[in-house]
Design a protein around this ligand. Structure first.
Ligand SMILES: Cc1cc2nc3c(=O)[nH]c(=O)nc-3n(C[C@H](O)[C@H](O)[C@H](O)COP(=O)(O)O)c2cc1C
Length: 211
């Protein structure tokens, strides 16, 4: 059976491009009836930012009810991640990076000894055997041209996933979405074509080998 975890992050509701493309990605996976899809919409129900209690709970034993709640949330989010073999992440670009909702999710699932460990050889990701599809939506264009240096979006997400051991990652980019109706249509159809032609396993392996 296939287990898919979907993390949505748009705050734009029905107008969200990333949420539309996530639906296209789910369809392109051609999942069987036995597949389970768990959806966590962080844009609608965000996890809280880390605070003093949460940081204690993630690094040592909880000592008060707030710390206990933070530990339970972290355990739940990690269990959802570990249960999935495929993770689809919607990642709109907000202010040159990922939405703070997605960053908070990462803050709760990066746990030493649980999702990564430190060894003499450096950090070791413990979340292995998984594939991720990351849908990037952007008002401008950052994959080429003068704004390439301003992309603190894709590299940050790639590094966080790799840090916990997820290295089989396919990025789907929809760019130029705020550059007028024609550019938006072009950006969306390029991303859709990438999804329709590229979400089979062979493409994923090819991508992994090339990176
Ligand atoms: C708060 C906010 C900040 C944004 N910041 C950027 C930005 O820094 N660069 C950019 O190219 N587009 C930016 N955009 C445009 C979004 O990336 C674009 O609308 C995209 O479609 C968002 O994905 P979504 O529709 O799934 O929410 C921003 C949009 C919002 C709402």
């Amino acid at each position: 059976m296939k287990n898919v975890l979907v993390l949505k992050n748009s705050i734009l509701g029905a107008a969200s491009a990333s949420n539309q493309l996530i639906d296209d990605a789910i369809a392109a996976l051609k999942l069987s009836d036995s597949a389970a899809i768990a959806v966590r919409d962080l844009g609608v129900a965000p996890v809280p930012h880390l605070d003093g209690n949460a940081v204690v709970a993630l690094r040592s034993e909880p000592e008060n009810p707030d710390q206990e709640a933070a530990r339970q949330l972290s355990d739940l989010l990690i269990a959802e991640l570990q249960a999935a073999d495929t993770i689809i992440i919607g990642a709109p670009m907000y202010n040159f990076g990922m939405p703070s909702t997605l960053k908070s999710w990462f803050d709760y699932i990066l746990r030493a000894g649980v999702t990564f460990s430190y060894s003499e050889a450096g950090p070791l990701g413990l979340v292995t055997g998984k594939r991720a599809i990351v849908v990037l939506t952007r008002g401008g264009v950052y994959s080429e041209g003068p704004a390439v240096v301003m992309d603190s979006h894709e590299p940050h997400i790639r590094n966080l996933l790799a840090f916990i051991g997820i290295t089989d990652v396919q990025f789907v980019r929809a760019e130029g979405l705020a550059m007028g109706p024609e550019a938006r249509e072009r950006g969306l159809s390029t991303a859709k074509a990438g999804i329709e032609n590229g979400l089979d396993l062979a493409m994923s392996v090819q991508f992994k080998a090339a990176s």
